[in-house]
Design a protein around this ligand. Structure first.
Ligand code: F0G
Length: 482
């Protein structure tokens, strides 16, 4: 939606929907939050949702459904094989993406599993603009390796580059020449990106990169999980695109790829996933993996009710009003925080607002997980749950030393159609307070460190009594009851 004009004040982002069903929230007082954080061993993944005021951990599987999505769920066709729901889903995807064949899967990483099992052999390379954790894990677990060829400028956290997810085309050509085209399993473009701050990829870059891959006979794969945000940015930021409809841009993008997969927990506002395959022979070769790992070919591990909701959700993702809401709220949040002096990833992207932890708390060494510590502090000082995206989420080097992350960020995800502008303003306010009191935040260390995916299940403790001191300062400003 182009911005709605205001008469007496600068415009604010506008919800193009109204609330019909609500979930009650509770704001625990800060001292109780400190107790809950201790019970969770200073790992925000271990918090109970009922103890969180504004949950900005992720946008995955927590986007709000529309009335029409919910209504569609009542019309699901229950069948192990041959469900009408599946055929409706296949037809809708073919209509939008122009790809005939569809493999259903229970979520995005299941598609990554199927694609990797099909293409990756030990020693093969998968080229990506940037990795996503699960996309990379499936490649490396099969003995493959990942080359990330996002342009260097894309990794500069604060800039005004409109498409920081773009691939460096010179690096792409050089990589293919070095590895040999026959050793490259596929080119995977993630549009939009996740781990570099929800930054988009331009259509021009996708076209150029896939042209190069095709010239070498390398299969092209699109991760469309965050496509709805990327479509918004192509329409609003890319030269020559503003007069094209979202549907036209989607088709132009899809036409570039042999395979398009998505997490339905993001794209389509539901829960599920799937993989569209252009070539019929390749599609039949891949079918076996669905029946082996996911479920029968006409549900792939998804509930038929969720599939019906997704069918409507896909159509809503073609609606510019609907897909504008996320990026516009994120832009508001980022811009306001920048005005407050908070070091944000700029320009604002999709998925969420991202804070540069190293700049917010430069006194915390990387080995004491600044982003993890700030995430803890944000729960203590506001009941807000963000996600650590930094060294804590990395695995140690083989010699046991820390693998220091390239970017150390806190992600405040904006699940679509969930939070109001006043909740967004509350988050801005508390982040500003934390920024002004950042010197009180200390580090974290593990008391129990699992070997893999340690950020999910690890137990931590503060390196001093900084949480008590921080909470005491917070209570001074906001009182005992908040
Ligand atoms: N690709 C991208 C770009 C993603 O962001 C995700 C998930 C996946 C694939 C995997 O999909 O979760 O359905 O298996 N991102 C979530 C997040 C987990 O919180 O950002 P999935």
């Amino acid at each position: 939606m182009p911005e709605i004009k205001f008469y007496h004040r600068p415009a604010v982002p506008m919800e193009m929907h109204k609330v019909k069903i609500v979930q009650r929230l509770e704001l625990l007082p800060a001292k109780q939050r400190l107790e809950k954080m201790k019970e969770a061993n200073f790992n925000t993944f271990a918090l109970h949702n009922k103890d969180i005021f504004v949950d900005m951990l992720t946008d995955s599987g927590v986007n709000a459904m529309s009335d029409e999505m919910q209504a569609a769920m009542l019309c699901a066709d229950d069948a192990y094989a041959g469900s009408e729901t599946f055929y409706r889903m296949n037809d809708k995807l073919t209509d939008i993406f122009g790809i005939k064949h569809f493999l259903p899967a229970h979520q995005g990483r299941a598609c990554e599993h199927i694609i990797a099992v099909h293409f990756v052999k030990p020693g093969k390379t998968v080229i990506m603009n940037y990795h996503f954790t699960t996309a990379k894990a499936h490649v490396t677990s099969l003995g493959g390796k990942v080359e990330e060829l996002v342009s260097d400028a894309g990794l500069i956290t604060a800039s005004d580059l409109p498409f920081k997810g773009d691939m460096d085309l010179d690096k792409l050509r050089a990589c293919i020449e070095k590895e040999g085209a026959e050793n490259i399993a596929y080119l995977r473009m993630e549009a939009g990106t996740n781990l570099i701050g929800g930054q988009p990829v331009s259509y021009a870059n996708m076209k150029a990169a896939t042209d190069i891959a095709r010239a070498y006979g390398i299969p092209t794969v699109l991760d469309a999980s965050l496509l709805q945000d990327n479509l918004y940015f192509i329409k609003t930021r890319e030269e020559g695109m503003k007069d094209k409809s979202i549907r036209e841009i989607t088709r132009m993008i899809a036409d570039l790829y042999d395979l398009v997969y998505f997490s339905g927990r993001k794209f389509g506002f539901g829960r599920g996933g799937g993989c569209m395959v252009r070539d019929e022979k390749m599609f039949h070769e891949m079918e076996d993996y669905v029946t082996m790992y996911e479920g029968f070919l006409t549900y792939g591990g998804m509930s038929v009710k969720e599939m019906e909701a997704l069918i409507v959700g896909f159509e809503e993702s073609m609606d510019f009003d609907v897909i504008s809401q996320g990026p516009q709220f994120i832009r508001h949040c980022v811009n306001e925080l920048v005005k407050c002096g908070v070091p944000m990833v700029t320009p604002s992207g999709g998925l969420g607002a991202h804070i540069n932890a190293r700049e917010l708390a430069p006194h915390i060494p990387d080995e004491e997980y600044p982003a993890g510590a700030i995430t803890v502090a944000m729960y203590l000082c506001g009941g807000i749950r963000g996600m650590e995206r930094g060294t804590l989420s990395e695995e140690r080097n083989p010699d046991g030393t820390e693998h220091i992350a390239a970017v150390e960020m806190i992600r405040l995800a904006f699940p679509r159609r969930v939070f109001t502008l006043s909740q967004t303003e509350y988050v801005i306010d508390r982040v500003k307070w934390l920024h002004d009191h950042a010197h009180l935040i200390g580090g974290l260390r593990f008391t129990h460190e699992p070997a893999t995916l340690r950020f999910f299940t690890g137990k931590l403790e503060p390196t001093s009594d900084w949480p008590e001191k921080l909470v005491a300062e917070y209570v001074k400003d906001f009182g005992e009851d908040q």
